[in-house]
Each structure stands twice: as structure tokens, then as C-alpha cells.
Write a protein that binds this ligand. Structure first.
Ligand code: HSE
Length: 309
């Protein structure tokens, strides 16, 4: 059996740590072997983005450890991960791996646990990569589509399938191993009442936009005055690229996850021109970048075939 989980973008400007979208641009695949044993967990990474993943503590091994504990069974677990999602670029790469492992291993162990419990486990496994648990990327990768978390204990999320294109800009820059932890550390811990009110208004616009399928409203909500400006300063040419891409017609533009990738919202008609503008903006800034038009992805799935990537 193989599980496939797609990359994700989380946050979406508004909804820090609660809003995310799974995207069909990249995916990881996982295979697992169980054998009688004392709970040894081995991970092996292959594929285009398999370098620089720590062998011992990674989100795959942590997710497996948590599930083994929950199952109360004694098995050795061998996990093979094909990494198709670039790492450390704000595309939910570590979260997708954790999701695929949690989904597949729970099936292999015959555990009857619901999707949100799996998302909780995968979110805790994010500690291995991000230094702290967060549930937005994993919930999107697990459920597919765009998700909004509305409760943490217990973890609950609403899922939407907006008819939208998300244009990803992925700069070719090296990020430190602890990038997400660093970006979370520079995120303000206290906000003013005024910022809170503005953030609530954005989230309200986002939800109304999702329920009425208004890309205009969703796009308008894709920015905030707390997290985005604190992080934008370390993302190459962020403000200039944003301005250019919005002038080219994108409904919204923000940092993808903890960056440095960016994400713009466009409808079917505009997607190509938005992507072209984004590429031009990167070129103008002298930044080598990939620009990809993507759509909300499917849920993490398990299948029995052995077809190739
Ligand atoms: N919500 C998390 C953050 C996602 O922005 O720190 C990290 O991928």
C-alpha cells in the first residue's frame, strides 16, 4: 500500500495557523513495512527533495512513534518516503509526509481512528520539523481542498472546495534547517486591540467569500497586519513582487506558510497572466524562481497499486 499527500499553503494571509489549502503542485508518497519487533522505526527518503532530512527525528518517524504508542502493538516499522515536495519553502512538505505516514500506518495497524485524530497526530509530528505543533498544513493535506480550523481541542475543521487557481512563486533560495521555527519566533506574540479587530474583519471576509464563492472577498482577506509584515522583511523583494502581481489582476497575494514561497489567488481566466507577472517580477528582482499554477488538491489517499510517480 502507498499513501499520497499533497503540498499545502498555510496560512492564507488571514487565519494564522487555522486556514490552509492543499495544492496539486507537488506530492509525497509513502510506503510502510511492518514486522514483529520492539518498535524500532527506520525512515528512508528518496526522490527529488530527499536531501538534508534528519534520519532520526523527522515528521515521518515522529508520526509513526505516536501511532505505535496509540496502538499498543509491538512492531518495527520501516518507512520509505518519496519526497516530491520541496523542503523548507513554505509548502507544507514536512506536514504532508507526516500525514501520509499517519494515514497509511493507521490503516496497516488496523486502527479505527477518525480523520481529525489523524490530523492531530500529524500536527504534533510537525514538532520534529517546526519546533512546535501546528495543524493547518496537515489538516489541508489530509482532507484536501481548503480548510479552516474552528476548534483545537478537539481538532475540528471545515472543508471548502473553491473554484480557484493558486499561483505559487517558489524562489530558489537556501533556507536554514529550522526555518519555520525561526519564522514563528519572529511572529509577534502580543497584538493590539486594533490589530485584533482588523484580523477578525479579514477572517469574516474570508469566510463570507468561501461561502459565497467570491474570489474577490477571499482575495481581499489574504493579508494581515500582524504576521505578514513581520515575516515579509526576510522574504526577498516581497512587497515589490506583491504590488506587481496584484496590479496584474491577482485577487489576493500573501506568503505561503512561513515562506519564502508566495501564493496568489486568481480565477481561471487570469491565472496565466498572474503567473506571467509573478515570473517577470522575480526576473526583474534578479531572483531565480519557479512559478506554478495550481488548484486545490485531493485528500490524502491510500491505494494498492504500484504505479510510478
Ligand atoms: N501556520 C504555520 C506558520 C505554517 O505560518 O508558521 C508553517 O508552515
Amino acid at each position: 500500500m502507498k499513501a499520497r499527500a499533497y503540498c499545502s499553503s498555510a496560512n492564507l494571509g488571514t487565519g494564522f495557523d487555522i486556514a490552509a489549502v492543499a495544492l496539486d503542485a507537488f506530492y509525497d508518497e509513502v510506503e510502510i513495512n511492518l514486522s514483529e519487533g520492539k518498535g524500532d522505526i527506520k525512515t528512508e527518503f528518496s526522490g527529488p527533495y530527499s536531501e538534508n532530512i534528519p534520519e532520526s527525528e523527522n515528521t515521518a518517524s515522529l508520526a509513526a512513534k505516536l501511532l505505535l504508542m496509540l496502538s499498543n502493538k509491538s512492531y518495527d516499522v520501516e518507512i520509505k518516503v518519496w519526497k516530491g515536495i520541496p523542503l523548507g519553502l513554505g509548502l507544507g512538505s514536512s506536514g504532508a509526509t507526516a500525514v501520509a505516514v499517519a494515514k497509511l500506518l493507521s490503516k496497516a495497524l488496523g486502527l479505527k481512528i477518525d480523520e481529525m485524530r489523524l490530523a492531530s497526530i500529524a500536527g504534533i509530528a510537525e514538532r520534529a520539523a517546526a519546533g512546535s505543533a501546528h495543524y493547518d498544513n496537515v489538516t489541508a493535506s489530509l482532507l484536501g481542498g481548503l480548510v479552516v480550523i474552528y476548534s483545537f481541542e478537539p481538532l475540528r475543521a471545515m472543508q471548502f472546495e473553491p473554484k480557484a487557481n493558486f499561483v505559487l512563486g517558489i524562489p530558489d533560495v537556501k533556507t536554514p534547517a529550522q526555518k519555520t521555527a525561526i519564522m514563528r519566533a519572529i511572529t509577534p506574540k502580543n497584538i493590539t486591540l486594533d490589530s485584533l479587530v482588523q484580523s477578525l474583519a479579514k477572517m469574516a471576509a474570508f469566510m463570507i467569500g468561501l461561502y459565497s464563492n467570491s474570489l474577490e472577498l477571499i482575495g481581499m482577506a489574504m493579508e494581515d497586519k500582524v504576521v505578514e509584515p513581520a515575516r515579509a522583511v526576510v522574504i526577498p523583494a516581497y512587497d515589490r513582487i506583491k504590488k506587481f502581481v496584484k496590479e496584474a489582476g491577482a485577487y489576493g497575494f500573501t506568503i505561503s506558510g512561513a515562506g519564502p514561497s508566495v501564493i496568489a489567488l486568481a480565477d481561471e481566466k487570469q491565472a496565466n497572466s498572474v503567473a506571467k507577472a509573478m515570473k517577470e517580477a522575480y526576473d526583474y528582482e534578479g531572483i531565480n524562481a519557479k512559478v506554478i499554477i495550481s488548484r486545490p488538491a485531493k485528500a490524502c489517499s491510500v491505494d494498492y497499486s504500484d504505479k510510478d510517480h
